[in-house]
Design a protein around this ligand. Structure first.
Ligand SMILES: NC(=O)c1ccc[n+]([C@@H]2O[C@H](COP(=O)([O-])OP(=O)(O)OC[C@H]3O[C@@H](n4cnc5c(N)ncnc54)[C@H](O)[C@@H]3O)[C@@H](O)[C@H]2O)c1
Length: 429
């Protein structure tokens, strides 16, 4: 149901101009908002002001277009005036002990508190545990502004659902969930997001909206762990898991395919479910599904290394001194984002056993692991032919997998998609 909320909304401040904040700024500027971006890092704000995008899903041309619509990015809070809408899109990493680190959310909320005026809508988009908007953000805003949420200003949670590199679903056509701390806050959030995306889904409150995001990510995390664990025993049982998944996926209801791989990466899947297990632990018991998924997915880089050693051993080749080429070192295919990529622990483990590791990735011009450069192969075909073992991690679209399978002496295909031509030595996980 569309909201009747009719507050004028023209000035929008986006706090945190990363993978979530920048696409929002672009979309809102297109929808007619006067958008200001505030980021704590000067290189981000300065880069955007010179028309440079640092985010996969936003092109330099889109940054230029957004600047042309009046967008300005700054690190100087003093240059920003009061706002109609403030959206917080800052990171929510894990602390040193593995719990939530809400320091960026708290700092951004302090900024928002100083810039809100009566009637402002503040929306938190950073992924976090249920209760954060109500229990952490609300008191900070009320204290800074002297206003009450639901009366003096509006406060909502709206999870971002961006799938980097997805050609079909982007900002506008992915339904946007909103949850207000009061019904009038939800009205304001629904009115705002209704101007920049096609469909707004209203949650019962901010807590349900917070949980919805964690449910989505936990669902992926657990199902990926399921097939990763199956990949390990299916090989020993001599069952082709990929073929079984292909068959199961023909069921028109009740099944969604997930595929095994070298481990989970990115900012969401390996991190967000911990926010939920942290919250559950405050009740005095563990969230066992998440902890098990974490354990299984976290072991995959070690399993890849073990398989690599086993395959080399079958060719009478020790890992020590072997030339190993990694293909695709980002956390998923067709993006440049390397956050939490499983490629990093794989390099660490292979190096620890004496392998000479090189990589190829069209999205990564230079790469270091633990401060030591990993040599980059410029000529893929030549490097694949020269390596003792090629490990396919991310099957970027530009890769001719059939050609790689033919050129390489030995391939460990962690995705199960390299064609096995007669005479080629392609092994799956
Ligand atoms: N990347 C994704 O695909 C994705 C998808 C859904 C949800 N999320 C969630 O959205 C949030 C943001 O993620 P992201 O990927 O955009 O992170 P990011 O690291 O790409 O961007 C965050 C930006 O916030 C800035 N920042 C940090 N503290 C700040 C502060 N106090 N004031 C102003 N700027 C500050 C950083 O400099 C950075 O540029 C996280 O909670 C994440 O879990 C991310």
């Amino acid at each position: 149901m569309r909201s009747e909320y009719s507050m004028p909304m023209q000035d929008l401040l986006v706090i945190g101009l990363g993978y979530v904040g920048l696409p929002l700024a672009v979309q809102a500027a297109r929808a007619g908002f006067r958008v200001t971006g505030y980021d704590a890092r000067a290189e981000i704000a300065d880069g955007l002001m010179t028309g440079r995008s640092h985010v996969d899903d936003v092109t330099d041309a889109e940054v230029a277009e957004t600047l042309g619509r009046g967008f300005a990015a700054t690190t100087d809070e003093a240059r920003i005036g009061p706002q109609d809408v403030i959206v917080i899109c800052v990171p929510t990493p894990l602390s040193a002990v593995g719990g939530p680190d809400l320091s960026a959310v708290q700092a951004a909320t302090a900024t928002a508190g100083r810039l809100l005026r009566p009637g402002t809508l503040v929306s938190l988009e950073s992924t976090t545990y249920p209760g954060t908007t109500e229990e952490v953000v609300r008191p900070l805003l009320e204290k800074a502004s002297g206003l009450s949420a639901g009366l003096g200003f509006s406060l909502a949670f709206s999870p971002e659902r961006i799938d980097p590199g997805n050609p079909d679903y982007g900002f506008a056509n992915t339904p946007k969930i909103v949850g207000g701390v009061t019904p009038s806050c939800a009205d304001a959030a629904e009115a705002f997001y209704g101007k920049i995306c096609d469909q707004v889904v209203r949650a019962k409150s901010a807590r349900e909206a917070e949980l919805a995001k964690l449910l989505e990510n936990t669902y992926r995390h657990v199902n990926i762990a399921l097939v990763n664990e199956m990949a390990i025993f299916c090989r020993e049982l001599d069952v082709d898991l990929h073929d079984a998944i292909r068959c199961a996926a023909t069921k028109p209801f009740g099944f969604q395919p997930f595929y095994p791989g070298p481990g989970v990466g990115g900012h969401c899947i390996p991190i967000d479910p911990n926010y939920l297990s942290y919250k559950v632990r405050t009740l005095g018991y563990p969230f066992r599904f998440v902890e098990l998924a974490q354990e299984i997915n976290g072991r995959m880089p070690g399993y890849v290394t073990e398989r690599a050693a086993e395959l080399l051993n079958r060719s009478a080749q020790p890992v020590n001194g072997a030339r190993v080429l990694l293909l695709g070192v980002t956390y998923k295919q067709d993006v440049a984002d390397q956050r939490e990529s499983p490629a990093r622990p794989i390099v660490r483990k292979l190096r620890g056993r004496g392998a000479a590791v090189a990589y190829h990735d069209p999205y990564v011009p230079a790469w270091q692991v633990d401060g030591e450069a990993v040599p980059r192969a410029a000529d893929l075909a030549a490097a694949a032919a020269a390596a003792d073992l090629v490990i396919l991690l991310q099957p970027h679209q530009g890769y001719d997998l059939a050609e790689i399978g033919r050129a390489a002496r030995l391939v460990l295909d962690t995705r199960g998609i390299v064609p096995k031509a007669p005479g080629s030595r392609v092994e799956t996980l």
